[in-house]
Design a protein around this ligand. Structure first.
Ligand code: NAP
Length: 331
């Protein structure tokens, strides 16, 4: 058996990781910041880098956008609501003093909008250094996209696949570009399933449907990394832990009610930390296809059944589903 020696900090980190509650709550970053002597995000410089971020008008994305702007990036927010987006961009410009913040409007639950967003981004930016797929939602009641697909699947599986595919030339031009996908620790509860990627109406459960989509995101992250050379683009998925955001208080009010008063939910800044760090730190360029939490690579399975279902055949079918569904084929 191979023997791996770990530092005391790494051992303590693994103990925290094995026990979900300390890892996912605000205890996680509080402990890991000290254990690993994290660089302050403010120590990074993103001047001259174009960063495209979806879901920058609320929660983790809004806070992440503000930090990325404060590091000097040329930030482009992809969002759906003109008034809300105008207000967000004006506020971030004012708080950071960075005038290079723009937006592209589109509903990321609609394929035509996604294509139009990609077209506008491609026309405005020859080079995109980082593309962050952060927009996402848990729908307690079933919602469907315009094309009839479950909206969680459309928004978090089909859309990131299509947007990544359409923007590959601009990402490659960054040599290497970075694609980050905000998944969720909830995905540990669900296997990779293509036949069951969309739950039936009879069995629909918002949290399970969300986790199925988040599992697919993590698998696709690995598949992109296998298909695109890491000298061209690196791909990383991540999960933010349990974060106090409008998304959580709307979709999971019980969760906020219990963990909020105990001060266990992470702040949006703690939730955005690894996303910003992967945008800025050189370490993200060393590997591709990893799954991160609190600035460390994490396992993608915690229970044997999900591992057993993650087969090459299912992966192949997932990729084919994405190609057929979006009309984008990687050549
Ligand atoms: N908070 C957590 O504890 C947690 C845990 C695990 C994973 N995550 C993931 O982290 C990401 C951010 O979550 P959050 O908690 O910050 O949620 P949030 O506060 O609800 O923000 C979600 C963002 O996604 C955007 N969005 C949703 N549907 C969209 C659509 N059809 N088209 C365009 N934009 C759309 C929202 O736009 P509007 O402002 O227009 O609504 C908003 O900017 C999500 O992917 C979520 O699944 C969060």
């Amino acid at each position: 058996m191979e023997c791996v020696s770990l530092s005391p900090s790494a051992i303590l980190d693994k103990v925290i990781e094995a026990t979900v509650i300390p890892s996912f709550t605000s205890i996680g970053p509080g402990a890991r910041r000290r254990l690993f002597d994290w660089n302050e995000l403010e120590s990074y410089d993103l001047s001259g880098q174009t960063v495209v971020l979806t879901g920058g008008t609320s929660g983790i994305g809004e806070t992440g956008a503000e930090i990325i702007a404060s590091l000097g990036a040329n930030l482009v927010i992809v969002a759906r609501d003109q008034t809300k987006t105008d207000a967000t961009v004006d506020r971030i410009k004012a708080t950071t003093g960075n005038a290079n913040i723009s937006y592209v409007l589109g509903d990321l639950g609609k394929g035509d909008d996604v294509r139009s967003v990609a077209e506008q981004l491609g026309a405005r930016h020859d080079v995109i250094h980082t593309l962050i797929h952060n927009a996402g939602a848990l729908f307690p009641e079933r919602r469907r996209a315009e094309n009839g697909t479950d909206l969680a699947v459309e928004l978090m599986v089909a859309t990131p696949f299509l947007l990544t595919g359409l923007l590959l030339p601009q990402l490659k031009a960054a040599g290497p570009g970075r694609v980050l996908t905000m998944s969720s620790g909830g995905m540990y509860s669900q296997p990779l399933s293509v036949a069951g990627l969309e739950m039936t109406d009879e069995n629909y459960q918002g949290a399970a449907q969300y986790a199925l989509a988040k599992r697919a995101q993590v698998v696709l992250n690995e598949m992109w990394a296998q298909r695109v050379d890491k000298s061209d683009v690196v791909f990383h998925a991540l999960h933010p832990g349990w974060v106090d955001t409008p998304g959580v208080s709307e979709a999971l009010p019980g969760f906020s009610k219990v963990l909020g008063p105990l001060q266990l939910l992470r702040s949006p800044r703690e939730g955005a930390d690894t996303m910003v760090w992967l945008t800025a730190d050189q370490r993200a360029l060393e590997t591709s296809g990893e799954f991160w939490h609190d600035r460390e690579v994490r396992s993608t399975h915690k229970i044997p059944t999900t591992k057993g279902n993650d087969t090459p055949e299912r992966r192949k079918r997932l990729w084919e589903w994405c190609e057929e569904h979006t009309g984008f084929t990687l050549r």
